[in-house]
Write a new protein. Structure first.
Length: 318
């Protein structure tokens, strides 16, 4: 098991004026092993997208480290950085917003290939684009059309083809199915799984709930207000969730099969997500935690390995 990406106590803060700081990511650690899918889950505003962008190097880090193949992402030379941006690609939530509406599908997918000067002739680029279209379940007849001519699911396929153009090793997928109809979500997930097998890809799969992530992730990290609160294998997280926030997220998943009676008791979280500008003292989850104790306001819980490979930050386990 080779660690491909190592995120070590990563912090990304934004100075927002008047001496205030938004702590979008405030000390997050995890490793991603080559070939796995790591799910990063949390409500919007928890810092998961910021974490993804900081890993890609789109944002500077405030503190901590991101190592890719043991190289520090934020200390790379220009040449190393160009290589890194070939190996790591991003897929976005809204493929429509991320595809230039005035470019044809051919131009959209060919752009990264041309930027990195990977092929010499126009013909070579074209046949590479045709190949990529077939990889994602589209075909060469789609090449001369424009993004608005496609459905949401097809547009996400175009976004995926573009992300694959440079033959990456690692893909950060930021809520790639959240904007799609439920019926289309499963197709896109299947496509991502097939491509992972065929091309030996590693995924960081960002999602706002646990419903689909279960099926694609090998391991899952749960984030709340800039912090990682629990991390373990997908199975362990579902069978034995330890953190009260994880338990609440799991209880919110609808049971797909009505014959299955063993549904979880719904845990409703009271109150709003606090502002990451003024996070609660002690445990950041305490203002909404059904099990909060007095120590939770006083002391930050320690990130602790409760059983092999199963990490949790909560005073119930400290
Ligand atoms: Fe709840 Fe306290 Fe655990 Fe935080 S540390 S999740 S407030 S029990
Ligand atoms: Mg987001």
């Amino acid at each position: 098991e080779k660690v491909l990406l190592s995120v070590q106590d990563l912090k990304r803060h934004f100075e927002i004026g008047q001496g205030e700081t938004l702590k979008a990511v405030d000390g997050v650690s995890f490793d991603i092993v080559k070939g796995e899918t790591f799910g990063l889950v949390g409500e919007s505003g928890c810092g998961k997208s910021t974490a993804g962008r900081t890993i890609l190097g789109l944002y500077n880090k405030t503190d901590g480290n991101v190592l890719f193949e043991e190289k520090n992402v934020h200390k790379m030379s220009d040449r190393e950085r160009r290589e890194y941006l070939k190996k790591v690609q991003m897929i976005f939530q809204d493929p429509y917003a991320s595809l230039n509406p005035r470019s044809t599908v051919l131009e959209i997918i060919a752009e990264p290939i041309e930027v990195h000067k990977l092929y010499k002739s126009k013909e070579e680029v074209k046949s590479r684009v045709y190949e990529l279209l077939e990889d994602v379940g589209l075909n060469r007849d789609h090449a001369n059309r424009y993004p608005h001519e496609f459905s949401g699911g097809q547009r996400q396929r175009i976004g995926i083809a573009r992300a694959l153009a440079l033959d990456p090793e690692f893909i950060i997928a930021d809520e790639p199915i959240s904007a799609l109809d439920v019926s289309v979500q499963a197709q896109v997930v299947k496509l991502l799984q097939r491509l992972q097998k065929e091309k030996g890809l590693t995924y960081l799969f960002i999602a706002h709930d646990l419903s689909m992530v279960k099926y694609i992730s090998d391991r899952i990290g749960v984030m709340y207000l800039g912090h990682m609160v629990e991390l373990t294998t997908s199975n362990q997280l579902y069978d034995n969730p330890l953190h009260p926030y994880t338990q609440a997220l799991l209880s919110a998943i609808p049971i797909p099969d009505p014959d299955i009676e063993e549904s979880r008791e719904r845990i409703l979280l009271e109150g709003e997500l606090p502002s990451p500008i003024k996070p609660p003292s002690g445990c950041v989850f305490r203002t909404r935690c059904p099990q909060a104790m007095s120590i939770c306001a006083e002391k930050k819980p320690v990130w602790k390995e409760q059983e092999a490979g199963h990490f949790v930050a909560c005073h119930l386990f400290n």
